[in-house]
Design a protein around this ligand. Sequence first.
Ligand code: 4AD
Ligand code: MG
Length: 472
Amino acid sequence: MTPSGVVSTFGARGRIVAIVPAMLGRFPVWFGTPELRSMSETVYISDLAAHVGEEVTVQGWLYNKRSSGKIAFLIVRDGTGIVQAVGSKGDVGDDLWGILEGLEYEASLRVTGSVRADERAPGGYELSIVGLELVGPSSEDYPIQLKEHGVDFLLEHRHLWLRAPRQVAIMRVRDEVTKAIRDFLYERGFVNVDTPILTGAIGESAGTLFETEYFDLGTAYLAQTGQLYNEAAAAALGRVYCFGPTFRAEKSKTRRHLTEFWMLEPEMAWCDSECNMEVQESLVGYIVGRALERCRADLVDVLERDVSRLEPVVPPFPRISYDQAVEKLQARGSSIEWGDDLGAEDETLIAEDHDRPVFICNYPKGAKAFYMKENPDDPRTVLCNDLIAPEGYGEIIGGSQREDDYDRLLSRIREEGLPEEAYGWYLDLRRFGTFPHSGFGLGLERTVAWICGVHHIRETIAFPRTLNRIYP
Ligand code: 4AD
Ligand code: MG
């Protein structure tokens, strides 16, 4: 039995051209027999393999469709996969056929059909349609079509662009990377300590702060890092980490920069610079291994990632000193001088020599943050490392041993012109049982971009914040 009023509305037009208010109240509407609807089990597309030969209901959105005039092919996606649903005019009856023909891209629907294995079908299974419930009709002006769009247009429609298979695959890899990070650290006894987003002390450098007024207390900053707080937590718990959004008012319009990005920051008591790098390389090797193991289809089939470039990513990673890096770069014609930080092109040049990420160690003091420990073997430099990913993805990790000497730390705070009074609590950590400790920050978006082989990191976060974008 079908609700005739609605059907005839559609039947006359042949397709849904507009959603008139009177129609809206009538959705969802079931086209098919009521008995069948109550009998069929609702399943995820990824679980169809277990239901071959059965009649099931899939709930999702219409990704694509074509019709020969006699047979309609609907490509339905539900977030777990895609499936082709097929209905022939002769079998489904006129009412349902009218609906199938009129469906617009991204209409939400429940489709009931019997499951068949079919190697040629996308996803490997097909549904022979026996019923369909149009839950939320879409409109023919759905902005994102199957053709190519410019990136500004796509970013403007990020809320819809996110539905595209490539974006879905990237989000899944990001999720796997996040879970792998947490598993790795949990298994090794790290405790997750969440650090504040609103902070009173400058964490990295004064140049890239987002400021906000904080009641009667003056200026607060959005956190550039959780590190300083987790140095305190490391003295309480030994091995800790924070993992959350961090903010940099960086005026860089590059493919590696966001103004809001997620950073993983482990902090370890009784760990020196060498120990710090060992944790970094085993973490990165583990993350890449997990993505290869659990996201292979997304990487290979959807993102067309050349995974042979990821397979060599196992520890140990090569280590070169900053001095060696500068020599290499100068020999290749770079204008870098000793004392300069490495630019993106310099990092790419260094990475070209290696099939896995490479550590560059012990940078000059002036190029790095105030909290890094002076190198006893060369006091012009600090005990730190950047980890440079292959294929031009640049620095994915910045890490260091922390300055644990009260006087040296205080003089670095003064040299950098930082407001001493804001660091009283941080200096306390050096007054009450100072201890050797190290940590690092891994940029989640850069890491995911590298693993996915995505050119610009803005595609690796659901709603990217960049210099010129805060919408949607
Ligand atoms: O090297 P950074 O600035 O290190 C810190 O913030 C330390 N406090 C971390 C620590 O030792 N706990 O940043 C760490 C990483 C970089 O290697 C990069 O991957 C990422 O964060 N990153 C950015 N990612 C996207 N957009 C930006 N604007 C980024 N700035 C840094
Ligand atoms: Mg850095």
